[in-house]
Design a binder for this molecule. Structure first.
Ligand code: ADP
Ligand code: MG
Length: 664
C-alpha cells in the first residue's frame, strides 16, 4: 500500500497536520470517521429559519466578487436567483471556482442561511444539480490548519486512488451472510452519505468489522494462552488449605469458596492462569488472594502481590503477617520508602527464595527484581497489565499464573470487551452480618443537618471520613480549602474530637502516620483531598461525607462509599452537591455495584469506569460499546467460529489478522 504522503493533495504541511490527528497511513485516513453529520434539506427560502442549513438550486445572477485577505484567505460574493427569491451567497476559500461561476449557470448551493441579511454562507457549491433533496455532510474533528473540506478531500482522493487495496477484514462468509457491501463502497458511503438509511447501513457494517477483528484478537490470545501450556503444572495439597481456612476468624462465603476452587484448578493446570476476580467493595477479595498465595506457597513457589498505592501495600503486608503468623510463610514488603540496605537484602532473599510472598507496588515486576521461582502474580485494584508485560515476565524466565482483582464492577459489555481474553470469577455475596450503607444526597445549604449526623456518629465512638471539595486548582489553594474545611469542622466539634488531614502531596511517611492514627482510632474525622489514600480497612469508620460529589462518577462514589460499612455497625454516606442531584440519587436507591456501574455506563460512557488510560487502550474508531452491544455479541460469535474453523487456517485474510495481532 502506498504511503500517506503519496495521496494527491497531501503536502508536507498537511501530512504533519494529519499526523497530529493520529493519521499516519492511508488506512488511518480512510477510517478517520466523521463524529457527526450535518443535514441540509432542499428548501424554499421562506421555510428556512435564521441560521438554519439548506440546499438550494438557482441561477447565478451576478458575477462573483472576490476578496482576498491576509494569510491566503479569500471570500466570494454573488447573487443567486432561486424559485423563492433572490439571495446573496458567500463562500470562503474557493477562489479557484471563480471562472466556473459564470452568470447564468445553474448551480446548487449548500450552506447556512442568515435570514436577516438574506445571505447564505455556503459550505459547498455543486456545479451540477443535485439529484437528492437532502444533502448529508460528514463533520470531522479538526486541528488548526485543516478544514473539514480538506479532510474530506483527502479522504475521497485516497479512496478513489487506493480504495481497492484497503483490506476488508470481514471474511467472505460473513459478508455474504449479512449481505454487507464491500469495504470501499462502505467507506465511500460513510464519508459521503447519499441518504441516512444508506449511511446507517454501512456504519453497521464498519462497526461489525471493527468488533469482529477485535473479538478475533481476544479469542485468539485466549486460545493461544490455553494451548500454549506455558504455565506451571503443580499439585496442591487441598487438605492443608482446608486446615488453614479453619484458622480464619470467619467462615468464607459460598462465593469465596467457589472462587478459591476455580483458582486452585487454574494453578494446577499446565496452562497459565489469566483470571479476573471481580467483586464489589467489601465482598472479601483479599482473603481469597491470600489463600491463592498460600496454595502457591504449598506448591513451592513465590508470590508477588501488587497494590496501587503504598498505603494499601502496607495494609496487605500487615494482614498477611497476621494471617500467616502460625505458618512457615515468609512475607516481605518492598516499596519506595524501604531504605536501600533493606532493599538489597530483600532483593537477595527474593533471588535465593527465602521470601515466599512479597507485597509492593507495580515496581515488583517492572524493576530488576529477580525471583527464585515466581509462581503467582496478583494485582489488586489495578488495571490489567498488558500482554507485553506478561511477555516480559516470560522472557525473564518466569511463567507465573496471574490473578487480577477489581472492585469496579464492570458492565457485561465491557467485561466481554476488555477482559474477554481472561477467565472471570465473581464474588456476588457479601460476608454475613453486613448492613446496607444508607446514602443521603444533600445540598450545601443542608450542611447543618450533615454536621448533626456526624455528631451522632461521633458520640457513639465511631469515626468519619470526609472527602474534601475542590481539586483542579493549584496545590496551594487545595490546601487552603481543606484547611478551611478543617477549621469549620473544628468550630462545629470543638476540641472533643480530633480532626486531621491527609492529602496527595504529603510524603508517604507522613501519610502512613496519619493513616495509622486513624486505624488506631486516635483521629475521629479524617479529611482527605484525594480518594486513593482512603483505600484501607477501618471497621470503626461508619460515616463518609463527600463534598462536591457531582465531580465523581457513580462507580467512583460507590468505591468510596465502600470504605465504610466494613464492620457490623450501620453506616452512612452523605453526598453533598448542589447540582446533578438526579444522577446522585441513584446512590440512595441501590448498594449494588453492578447496577451502579450499568447506570454510570449509561450516563457517562466508559470514561469514568476505567479512567482515561484504560479507555484509550480500547478506543474504537467507529464502534461504541454502549450502543453496539448486539453487534459485539454477533461479532464475538462469528469470530470464534472463524477462529475455530480450521479449514480457513490457510486463508490469506486469517493470516493477515493474526500477523497484525503479533505486531501489535
Ligand atoms: P474487598 O473485596 O473490598 O477487597 P476485603 O477483602 O478488604 O474486601 O474485605 C472486607 C472486610 O471483610 C475485611 O475486613 C475482611 O477481613 C472481611 N471479610 C472477608 N471475608 C469475610 C467473610 N467471609 N466473613 C466475614 N468477614 C469477611
Ligand atoms: Mg480490596
Amino acid at each position: 500500500m502506498a504511503e500517506l504522503k503519496e495521496v494527491k493533495g497531501i503536502g508536507p504541511k498537511s501530512l504533519m497536520l494529519l499526523n497530529k490527528l493520529n493519521i499516519h497511513t492511508i488506512e488511518d485516513l480512510v477510517t478517520y470517521y466523521p463524529f457527526r453529520y450535518e443535514r441540509f434539506e432542499r428548501a424554499n427560502l421562506a421555510e428556512v429559519g435564521q441560521d438554519e442549513h439548506l440546499v438550494i438550486d438557482g441561477r447565478i445572477e451576478s458575477s462573483p466578487i472576490l476578496m482576498r485577505f491576509k494569510a491566503g484567505l479569500n471570500k466570494m460574493n454573488f447573487r443567486l436567483v432561486t424559485q423563492s427569491g433572490v439571495v446573496g451567497v458567500s463562500i470562503f476559500n474557493r477562489a479557484f471556482l471563480k471562472s466556473k461561476l459564470t452568470v447564468g449557470s445553474n448551480i446548487t448551493v449548500i450552506g447556512k442561511f442568515d435570514k436577516a441579511k438574506n445571505v447564505i454562507t455556503a459550505s459547498d457549491i455543486k456545479m451540477e444539480p443535485l439529484s437528492n433533496t437532502v444533502k448529508i455532510e460528514a463533520v470531522y474533528h479538526l486541528t488548526n490548519g485543516l478544514t473539514n473540506k480538506n479532510i474530506s478531500t483527502y479522504i475521497n482522493m485516497a479512496l478513489m486512488t487506493y480504495g481497492k487495496e484497503i483490506i476488508d477484514y470481514i471474511p467472505n462468509k460473513y459478508l455474504e451472510k449479512y449481505n454487507f457491501t464491500n469495504k470501499k463502497t462502505a467507506l465511500n458511503i460513510v464519508h459521503n452519505p447519499p441518504t441516512e438509511e444508506k449511511r446507517d447501513e454501512v456504519t453497521k457494517r464498519l462497526k461489525y468489522e471493527e468488533l469482529f477483528t477485535f473479538m478475533f484478537k481476544i479469542n485468539y490470545l485466549r486460545r493461544e494462552n490455553k494451548l500454549s501450556n506455558k504455565g506451571l503444572k503443580r499439585s496442591i495439597d487441598k487438605k492443608q488449605i482446608d486446615k488453614f481456612i479453619k484458622t480464619l476468624p470467619f467462615e468464607l462465603t459460598n462465593d469465596q469458596n467457589k472462587v478459591i476452587d476455580e483458582i486452585i484448578k487454574d494453578l494446577e493446570s499446565p496452562s497459565r492462569m489469566n483470571r479476573l476476580l471481580q467483586g464489589d467493595v467489601g465482598s472479601g477479595k483479599t482473603i481469597v488472594s491470600f489463600i491463592a498465595m498460600y496454595a502457591n506457597f504449598l506448591s513451592g513457589y513465590q508470590s508477588a502481590l501488587m497494590a496501587p498505592t503504598e498505603i494499601l501495600a502496607v495494609q496487605h503486608y500487615e494482614n498477611l503477617k497476621e494471617i500467616f503468623k502460625d505458618t512457615k510463610v515468609n512475607v516481605e514488603l518492598l516499596t519506595g520508602s524501604v531504605n536501600k540496605v533493606m532493599k538489597n537484602d530483600i532483593y537477595k532473599e527474593l533471588e535465593d527464595g527465602t521470601i515466599n510472598i512479597v507485597v509492593g507496588t507495580h515496581a515488583l515486576i517492572q524493576e530488576e527484581v529477580k525471583y527464585n521461582n515466581l509462581g503467582l502474580v496478583i494485582t489488586d485494584e489495578q488495571h490489567r497489565f498488558g500482554v507485553n508485560q506478561r511477555e516480559n515476565l516470560q522472557n525473564k524466565g518466569y511463567k507465573p499464573d496471574i490473578l487480577y482483582m477489581s472492585a469496579t464492577p464492570i458492565p457485561r459489555t465491557y467485561a466481554l470487551a476488555i477482559y474477554g481474553d481472561m477467565d472471570m470469577s465473581i464474588l456476588k455475596e457479601k460476608p454475613k452480618g453486613r448492613q446496607e450503607i444508607k446514602t443521603y444526597v444533600k445540598t450545601n445549604k443542608e450542611i447543618k443537618d450533615v454536621l448533626a449526623m456526624m455528631l451522632e456518629e461521633l458520640k457513639q465512638g465511631h469515626q468519619i471520613y470526609v472527602i474534601a471539595p475542590l481539586i483542579e486548582e493549584s496545590e496551594k489553594s487545595d490546601l487552603t480549602d481543606v484547611n478551611k474545611l478543617k477549621d469549620q469542622m473544628k468550630l462545629a466539634f470543638k476540641d472533643y474530637f480530633k480532626i486531621d488531614i491527609i492529602h496527595g502531596k504529603m510524603a508517604a511517611q507522613a501519610k502512613d502516620l496519619i493513616m495509622k492514627e486513624f486505624v488506631q482510632g486516635k483521629i475521629h474525622i479524617l479529611i482527605s483531598t484525594t480518594v486513593i489514600e482512603v483505600g484501607v480497612d477501618v471497621p470503626n469508620a461508619t460515616m463518609m461525607v463527600i463534598f462536591d460529589a457531582n465531580r465523581f462518577g457513580l462507580s467512583t462514589l460507590h468505591q468510596l462509599r465502600g470504605r465504610v460499612g466494613r464492620g457490623s455497625d450501620a453506616s452512612k454516606c452523605v453526598l453533598i452537591s448542589d447540582v446533578d442531584t438526579k444522577r446522585l440519587e441513584v446512590m440512595e436507591k441501590t448498594n449494588d455495584g453492578f447496577k451502579i456501574s450499568e447506570e454510570d455506563f449509561r450516563l457517562r460512557g466508559h470514561g469514568d469506569i476505567f479512567g482515561t488510560k484504560q479507555s484509550g487502550d480500547m478506543a474504537f474508531k467507529i464502534a461504541n460499546l454502549r450502543d453496539d452491544y448486539k453487534i459485539l455479541l454477533q461479532a464475538k460469535k462469528d469470530s470464534e467460529e472463524y477462529l475455530n474453523d480450521t479449514t480457513t487456517d490457510n486463508d490469506i485474510l486469517k493470516k493477515e489478522i493474526i500477523k497484525s495481532i503479533k505486531n501489535a
